[in-house]
Design a protein around this ligand. Sequence first.
Ligand SMILES: Nc1ncnc2c1ncn2[C@@H]1O[C@H](COP(=O)(O)OP(=O)(O)OP(=O)(O)O)[C@@H](O)[C@H]1O
Ligand SMILES: [Mg+2]
Length: 358
Amino acid sequence: MYIKNIMLENFRNYDDQNIELINGINLFVGDNAQGKTNIIESVYLSAFGKSYRAIKDIEVINFEKEYCRITLNYNKLDINKKIEVFIDNFNKKIIKQDEVKINKISEHVGEMLIVIFSPDSLDIVKGSPAKRRNFIDMICSQISKSYYINLQEYMKCLKLKNSMFKNGNIDREYITVLHEKMSEYIFNIVNFRKKIVSKLLEKAKVIQNELTNNLETINLIYISDFINLEKNEIKKILDQYLEIEMMRKMSLKGIQRDDIEIYINEMDVAKFGSQGQNRTALLTLKLANFELLKEENNDEPILLLDDIMSELDSNRIRFLLNYIKKYQSIITTTDDSFANHAENIIIYQVKNGEISLK
Ligand SMILES: Nc1ncnc2c1ncn2[C@@H]1O[C@H](COP(=O)(O)OP(=O)(O)OP(=O)(O)O)[C@@H](O)[C@H]1O
Ligand SMILES: [Mg+2]
């Protein structure tokens, strides 16, 4: 798939801006604080119905305006389509696909296939397990709607359970009912995560070998208390831990504790990786993510690369540019000197919420 144009109305520091994109590399160059990441954010928001960097939806509305609107015209498997996101100061949010209002975000996630790579993505390698779970969940959700729904429903149950622990009003019977439901969701989520991590690893191994001239081998190990368990066995574990959870006033067992360990040549990268190794592992994982989404959905995702070129050395930049030239990418940078090596590229200048051809 590829986006044909993005229309931003009162979005962040944009007034009324139309951005025409090519099905290739779309490079946005500009100084700091000009509106480059805002473009990436608008695409992400259109795909997931939520920004990754705003706590409240209304933050994305221009300070001086009452509402904002993002309109994306895109081509998916040779069909022209449109997504519109409208947000106003009264917290109203309307998402439309081809003029039809979306009632549940689960109907929408997966419509647009996105791979996002920003300096924050390094947390996937270095940060807490939550970052790695989120990375895997994003992939799983763009491949399977039912995965996304299972995850949402599980999180609702977990929230209910935790709120009971917190306010001390514990209804054991109700928790048993919750455990029944949660074990079903856990079963589905763990099996899907396991499948996706193994497929991701297959792709990652090939890319890591290419990137490092066969010097480094990557490995991913999915860690969970529930791998290869049946639903009744999962429920048993949840029930068994209830006493101790009540004492500690928090949930101790569940898929919110899963992790994906990343190894390079059998060394845990999070603990021992050099900065360069972390970055290489991340680049590998993001490209493997791209390959997997493409294969599972039979369609090419859109790559959003926010300010990452300065993080990569010239070899990796060359590898990346060669890799992405066949697909659509939106890249932001303060320094576009690497663009000399690129084919199939359009370069825009971003200045104070205005975009012009460079
Ligand atoms: N709701 C808003 N209304 C108006 N302006 C906003 C709003 N939110 C953010 N901005 C402005 O948008 C600009 C930041 O945009 P953005 O994050 O896209 O910058 P950038 O070009 O990516 O910069 P950098 O190179 O530092 O990452 C800032 O000037 C900020 O004040
Ligand atoms: Mg930025």
